[in-house]
Design a protein around this ligand. Structure first.
Ligand code: CA
Length: 246
């Protein structure tokens, strides 16, 4: 059973049309983990429940009748940048996965997934949001300026050399993380842990893919980056030297 006290039980919304899956998840999450669970069989109802219940985390199926999971994801992300969203899916093509990550999915579990894994992912996601909130409150860092990069966290604004840059959710998080400690090298696991809040389950190549997207947006020559440097065999750093040899 859970060690959470009754008053601060976390609320999870499951948006899924397969009755059997909903039942299993509901049983596991309520009886074994002590969460409060709300369920919705369609995207429309999911959105309605999301607004009414204000859950702490959402588990979202992609293949829903009528409104697709991806549309639900997009709408929720427009309203709330921080709520963790775990995608459940039967099969996904790489491209679909990439699209959903760019919109702001936090994690993907492909059916059939293990309940143990799902339980862990939920814990990590919930822990991460409470930590993120704390960090922002404590340090109160709103804006950073490094060289000609300016980022404002609460406004989610970014500009390079005076030009506004439109970054995706995770792209912004990665760049913010790197640029906050200029010239410090971070390995892929550290970036992964900071941005996705996960120690291992996701392929760290995801970090490389996101770095490539960020470079395309901020680097005058993405193939010869001057802001985000690759440190061979280690990881990445936000460079203030403006010179690279690769
Ligand atoms: Ca479905």
């Amino acid at each position: 059973m859970s060690n959470q006290s009754f008053s601060n039980r976390k609320k999870i919304l499951i948006i899924e049309d397969e009755h059997r899956i909903v039942e299993t998840l509901n049983y596991t999450l309520v009886n074994q983990e002590g969460y409060i669970v709300y369920t919705a069989p369609t995207g429309e109802e999911g959105l309605e429940q999301y607004r009414r219940r204000q859950p702490d985390l959402i588990i979202l199926d992609l293949m829903l009748p009528e409104m697709s999971g991806t549309d639900v994801l997009r709408i929720i992300r427009q309203e709330n940048e921080n709520i963790p969203i775990i995608i459940l899916t039967a099969k996904t093509s790489e491209i679909e996965k990439v699209v959903n990550y760019r919109i702001g999915a936090d994690f993907y579990l492909t059916k059939p997934y293990s309940l143990e894994e799902l339980k862990e992912v939920i814990k990590v996601c919930l822990k991460r949001t409470s930590q993120t909130t704390k960090v922002v409150e404590e340090k109160d860092v709103e804006e950073i300026k490094v060289g000609d990069l300016i980022m404002n966290y609460s406004k989610r604004e970014c500009s390079v050399a005076g030009k506004p840059v439109n970054l995706g959710y995770k792209e912004f998080e990665i760049l913010w993380f790197l640029a906050r400690s200029p010239d410090r090298v971070f390995n892929r696991d550290e970036i992964m842990k900071e941005v996705w809040g996960l120690e291992a389950p996701l392929d760290t190549k995801t970090v490389d893919v996101h770095i490539r997207w960020i470079r395309k947006k901020i680097e005058p020559e993405p193939e010869n980056p001057k802001y985000i440097e690759t440190v061979r065999g280690v990881g990445y750093k936000f460079s203030t030297h403006k010179t690279t040899e690769n």
